[in-house]
Design a protein around this ligand. Structure first.
Ligand code: HEM
Length: 445
């Protein structure tokens, strides 16, 4: 049984990899908006997993990810080559302001993800668009996932009672050296697309469209290596800047039963009604000390990670593939996979840790050079889970003190709650939060 078949206990019948893109809404689109596009949409044959490397030569500017739906896109959607997290302070003082923010944001994101011609305005006015992607915006697999942070609620008494139960400001873990300028925020946008121009274009559009409501605080861009598919058409997990495949043991995002249990907030979680269908989003900007790592013996690197660097195979099955699961029961003393290896601590594969599975969706980042002449590279770690404490926090607590810490340093990020989806064009993101805030305000009058 492979890793991806076996990862989720009692996940029900394994969903086929084929058809995932269709289920997730990634389809080829015509550049002109309208009904015809849906009729003509093509669904690519080979489905991909969230952390598979984007396939070389397969991406098209016409790739379109459906914007409307029960859940927002960009969480279980396979990663395209580029990603970004941008964090904002919001200027809203009443439920009406919040509605105005969410409605206008939804309108822009619905347009940007579908694509279409940019209106031509009188040249005496600022142009309607930055122009960096030309006169026709192409969807380019763009997703923009909107999430809210604890400060949105904490700083506004009329919203405070509606704060999700587990949402709070991210606290420092033992190995963190958090830069206040790279942490937290009232609202984040996780923007992903085939090309960097499209992610930057989307961010600039939002900044231009909502200057009265959104103040940009920080952003971190990243990318995923594009890899040619193998002879059978399948792709592998992308490598991170430590040279290892990252995502091999991720849960299968095409398995809706698993996603309902692990990723989407359901009624059993005790969260406010407005948050159902959303997901806790964790962002960590984790610097990698790559010069030190590159001077470390390969065998030591593999024992630190718990997998073979070239193949991604577990250390107890050197001839296997990255999709095979380690068998810790047969290696109780850690002779093959050290007890403090990253993957063994992150997921000890015991019945009591089955609830701690998270959906990882990271990007590599490369920011330039530090003052001491080292590469400023690392992992823009992003993960999604239905329960923040049972998910990321439980996993990170087990990782605290791991040998990998000598080579990594978390410097930023935060905890957020990705909003439920907007059902269709008559709905908008955050509509249930706005309605709840209104009812609350009416009740307290
Ligand atoms: C720069 C920091 C990190 C690097 C370089 C890294 C790298 C890796 C690699 C190479 C793997 C093995 C392949 C795979 O299954 O994806 C892995 C697995 C994993 N990592 Fe990380 N990781 C980092 C940070 C984190 C953090 C912050 C968490 C969560 C708190 C985390 C959670 C996991 C989990 C849950 C697995 C799967 C373990 C399994 O099920 O066998 N990682 N990571």
């Amino acid at each position: 049984m492979t890793e991806r078949d076996s990862e989720i206990p009692s996940a029900g019948p394994a969903a086929s990899r084929r058809g995932v893109l269709g289920a997730l809404g990634l389809m080829a689109a015509c550049p002109f908006a309208g009904m015809a596009r849906d009729a003509e949409a093509k669904i690519p044959a080979a489905a991909r997993h969230v952390t598979d490397a984007p396939a070389f030569n397969r991406a098209s500017p016409e790739d379109r990810v459906a914007f409307f739906g029960r859940h927002q896109a960009g969480m279980t959607t396979p990663r395209p080559a580029n990603g970004m997290v941008a964090s904002f302070a919001v200027a809203v003082a009443t439920p009406d302001d919040l509605e105005d923010l969410f409605r206008r944001l939804t309108d822009r994101l619905a347009f940007l993800t579908a694509g279409g011609p940019v209106p031509r305005l009188d040249p005496k006015l600022p142009a309607a668009d930055s122009g960096i992607v030309g006169p026709i915006v192409r969807p380019d697999a763009l997703t923009a996932t909107v999430a809210v942070g604890a400060s949105l609620f904490d700083d506004r008494p009329w919203l405070a009672p509606l704060k999700p139960r587990r949402l709070r400001r991210m606290k420092r873990f033992a190995n963190d050296a958090l830069d206040a300028g790279l942490c937290h925020g009232d609202l984040t946008l996780q923007i992903c697309a085939n090309t960097q121009d499209t992610t930057i274009h989307a961010l600039r559009d939002i900044l231009k469209s909502l200057p009265d409501r959104l103040i940009l605080r920080w952003k971190q861009e990243g990318n995923v290596p594009v890899v040619a598919p193998g002879p059978d058409g399948t792709t592998e997990s992308a490598r991170n800047f430590l040279g290892f495949r990252d995502g091999s043991a991720n849960p299968d995002a095409s398995d809706e039963t698993s996603m309902d249990r692990l990723v989407w907030i359901g009624p059993e979680r005790g969260e406010p009604d407005w948050a159902l269908g959303g997901s806790y989003q964790v962002v960590r900007i984790i610097r990698n000390f790559v010069e030190r790592w590159d001077r470390t013996p390969l065998g030591e690197q593999e024992r630190i990670m718990g997998r073979a660097r070239i193949t991604g195979a577990p250390l107890d099955q050197r001839d296997a593939t990255e999709f095979h699961a380690p068998d810790y029961a047969r290696d109780p003393d850690g002779r093959l996979t050290p007890l403090d290896a990253h993957i063994r601590l992150a997921n000890p594969r015991r019945p009591e840790t089955a609830e701690n599975i998270i959906l990882r969706r990271p990007f590599n980042y490369s920011n330039g050079v530090t003052r001491s002449g080292q590469l400023d590279q690392g992992l823009l770690f992003i993960c999604y889970q239905a329960d923040l404490d049972n998910g990321f926090v439980a996993v990170q607590r087990r990782l605290d003190g791991e040998p990998l810490e000598e080579y990594v340093k978390p410097v930023g990020g935060g905890y957020f709650l990705a909003l439920p989806g907007a059902h269709d064009a008559s709905d908008y993101l955050g509509s249930r939060l706005v309605a709840a805030a209104r009812s609350l305000a009416a009740g307290s009058l």
